[in-house]
Design a protein around this ligand. Structure first.
Ligand code: NAI
Length: 336
């Protein structure tokens, strides 16, 4: 069966890592017809909009997209493509599986943690104003609707992937109304999944426990701001943003993305590590009903990382390039 998928290579190292991932998917034998679009600065110069309507229409039609990193100007210029995509397509769930990989040196072993972040509200609603000079207000929005649907997403994911425990993370001791509502919605939904343990932690305590003993957790569920911070902390437990997957999922579609940036310092040098986007692509293959190929690619990643340093990219302590890694992985997948 052929799949049609929207492809947004992005800029900086984006075209290199998406190119590598497209080749690896091709090696796996999955038949994909890519609909490729420019976004960001390149789209502005061509079409006057960093996220043209054609791109949104393509994702709405295909229901799935693979996205490389996009440079976002700081202070001036266009708003983040990522935030616009999430808002416009209502991609309410951010999924970040965090797993230890062989030969990626970290402080911990055998980490296998799922972080789920609510993507649409909280302090990221952009509702800020100056009350009087010298006093500004930033409004935190938490709704029963969004808190309930993200809790349901987390428990459905847990059930589907045979996870045993979901921990809600909050600060309901201080923000009794907002975080209190998030926690209450979590508990209401948890009651419908009796086979899954549901508990909760206050966010500061959770951060301490995560760095001291991360293996005690199975799945974490967080509001937008805590989720943004804790998901990067969790990535740090297994080697950083260069090695973890990320997906934004909603009823209108799903965007699988590289969670790192466009790395302008190494762009165009064949040095980019495609592993983060590749792991997102593995999630994507599961999502589109290609679990066998997804498993083969994941096993191939493990095999290649266990090989010598000549195939690993420099950020992982190797001497290899984007191309050597890609070629080694294709070989491992085809052999498998
Ligand atoms: P960055 O993630 O691009 O780079 C940080 C450091 O990590 C650099 O030294 C870079 O060389 C290295 N690095 C990142 N990805 C790598 C990879 N795949 N392989 C090897 N090394 C890698 O973060 P930075 O410099 O803060 O951001 C650069 C630009 O990317 C900014 O314009 C920012 O707005 C944008 N950005 C875009 C994101 C997205 O589209 N999802 C996410 C984060 C940042």
């Amino acid at each position: 069966m052929s799949h049609r998928i929207t492809l947004l290579p992005g800029d900086g190292i984006g075209p290199e890592v998406t190119g590598a991932v497209v080749s690896i998917i091709e090696c796996s034998g999955v038949d994909v017809e890519w609909e490729k679009f420019f976004v960001g600065a390149e789209a502005i110069s061509r079409y006057g909009d960093p996220l043209p309507q054609d791109v949104l229409d393509s994702i709405l039609r295909n229901k799935v997209a693979l996205k490389g990193p996009v440079t976002t100007p700081i202070g001036t210029g266009f708003a983040s493509i990522n935030v616009r995509l999430r808002k416009t397509l209502d991609l309410y769930a951010n999924l970040r599986p965090v797993r230890s990989l062989p030969n990626v040196k970290t402080r911990y072993e055998d980490i296998d943690l799922i972080v789920i972040r609510e993507n649409t509200e909280d302090l990221y609603s952009g509702l800020e104003h100056e009350v009087v000079p010298g006093v500004v207000e930033s409004i935190k929005i938490i709704t029963e609707k969004a808190s309930t649907r993200i809790a349901r997403f987390a428990f459905d994911y847990a059930r589907q992937h045979r996870r045993k425990r979901v921990t809600a993370v909050h600060k309901a001791n201080i923000m009794k109304l907002s975080d209190g509502l998030f926690l209450q919605c979590f508990r209401n939904i948890a009651a419908q999944y009796p086979e899954i343990t549901a508990d909760d932690r206050i966010v500061d305590n959770l951060c301490m426990q995560l760095v001291m003993n991360p293996n005690q957790f199975d799945m974490l569920l967080l509001e937008n701001l805590y989720g943004d911070i804790v998901s990067d902390l969790a990535a740090g437990l297994v080697g950083g943003l260069g090695v973890v997957a990320g997906a934004n999922i909603g009823l209108n579609g799903a965007v699988f993305e590289a969670v790192h940036g466009s790395a302008p310092d190494i762009a165009g040098q064949n040095r980019a590590n495609p592993l983060a986007l590749l792991q997102s692509a593995v999630l994507m293959l599961h999502h589109i009903g290609e679990p066998e190929a997804a498993g083969r690619i994941y096993d191939g990643i493990v095999t290649v990382l266990e090989q010598g340093p000549e195939v690993r990219t420099r950020d992982l302590g190797g001497t290899g390039t984007t191309s050597t890694f890609t070629a080694a992985l294709c070989k491992a997948i085809q052999r498998g």
